[in-house]
Design a protein. Structure first.
Length: 379
């Protein structure tokens, strides 16, 4: 037996002995678009989680640069007319206003002045993961009196790069909390409805249909009308996440119900009932695990819709507001006519928002195809 034949036999044996998760991963790796999207998604999540350490400044008004409001992005250089340097630097900037530019700021670089950029510089204090006190940032300026803004600044002088990274993390937090709430409700309600059936199932499906007809924006508008003005940003954050979770469970609940209606009369379920297992034990240990891959896929696919809803609500002023940084809060600024005409770097957070949503969509589609055991036979 030659080596190639043995490798083929080993691969066939590993295929038939692989677990469900291994088979899904093997199919998922064959989809190039989904793999690229997974890499992009992992990168965005990484910079969002480590936003305090990667961003050079506090994203709130406390970290603003009052001398560089509505400032254009600053890109570090290694060479200029005076030669090259191994260390990146920024030139000095002279800002002026004139009637020719409608009295907006115009930057003129002074190449005779260099301000050097350094890695792992000390800056504003923060708590990494809310637990570890630190003051080290990925990059900053050697001169503490100078600042670097690679995405520019907004009208109040806040660093857009720092705001973007913190906004990604905030939107991910809202989406995660909303998905977890809807996930738990869907499993409990859909599991009970599908396992017991009968009148209980009919009542639950009536409630499910009623919840599905509730539009998110009018609901939040009605709730926002009763929100006390003294509520903190954190309280508004949890309110939005809870609302998204409470109206986002019906779709997954219906899928769980449909699966359990099919599986509840299978032999392994009857065997568990004869052994004296309780209904909750059968649903939790036997029925739901057989549906795990589809549940995971549904969660991944529903995540971008949670982020989209939060962003949309914050965009129209019904969701999160300053001083909280979220993608929706930042997108509010791009609707101003002055921004559209003169300050195009305000659109940089829009690119991250599009990349985040598209990455989730492609990864969700890839997982859905990988979790389908008949997907390869259809092609």
């Amino acid at each position: 037996m030659n080596i190639s034949t043995k490798n083929i036999q080993d691969s066939k044996e590993s295929y038939f002995t692989a677990s469900q998760s291994q088979l899904i991963w093997a199919r998922f790796k064959k989809q190039r678009a989904a793999m690229i999207a997974a890499g992009v998604l992992g990168f965005i999540i990484f910079i969002g989680i480590f936003a305090p350490a990667i961003s050079p400044y506090d994203p709130t008004i406390a970290g603003r640069d009052k001398d560089y409001m509505n400032g254009a992005p600053q890109i570090p250089s290694f060479c200029d007319k005076n030669g090259c340097s191994l260390r990146p630097f920024l030139h000095g900037v002279e800002r002026t206003r004139s009637a020719e530019t409608n009295f907006r700021w115009v930057e003129e670089p002074n190449e005779d002045i260099r301000h050097y950029v350094e890695l792992f510089s000390e800056g504003a204090k923060y708590d990494l993961f809310g637990l570890i006190p630190m003051d080290t940032h990925l990059f900053g300026m050697e001169d503490a009196d100078k600042k670097i803004h690679i995405f520019g600044t907004d009208s109040s002088g806040k660093d857009i790069f720092s705001r973007t990274l913190h906004a990604i993390f905030t939107s991910l937090q809202v989406g995660t909390l909303g998905v977890l709430i809807s996930f738990v409700l869907a499993l409990v309600i859909g599991g009970v409805s599908g396992y017991y059936g009968g009148r209980l199932d009919s009542v639950i499906q009536m409630v499910t249909d009623a919840v599905r007809t509730i539009p998110a924006i009018p609901l939040v508008m009605s709730v926002a009308a009763f929100v006390p003005s003294e509520w903190t940003a954190e309280q508004r954050f949890f309110m939005i996440a809870i609302i998204l979770g409470l109206i986002g469970w019906p779709t997954l609940a219906r899928r769980v119900r449909t699966h359990l209606l099919t599986e509840r009369n299978q032999e392994y379920v009857l065997a568990a009932q004869l052994c004296g297992a309780s209904s909750s034990h059968i649903i939790r240990r036997h029925l739901l695990p057989s549906f795990t891959s589809y549940i995971i896929v549904d969660l991944v696919i529903s995540f971008p819709y949670m982020v989209l809803t939060e962003t949309g609500l914050s965009f129209i002023g019904l969701g999160l507001k300053d001083p909280v940084n979220s993608l929706g809060v930042m997108l509010q600024n791009v609707t101003k006519a002055d921004v559209l005409l003169n300050y195009h770097w305000y659109f940089i957070p829009v690119l991250f928002f599009i990349a985040l949503v598209m990455a989730f969509v492609f990864v969700g589609d890839g997982l859905r195809d990988a979790a389908d055991p008949y997907g390869e036979s259809k092609k």
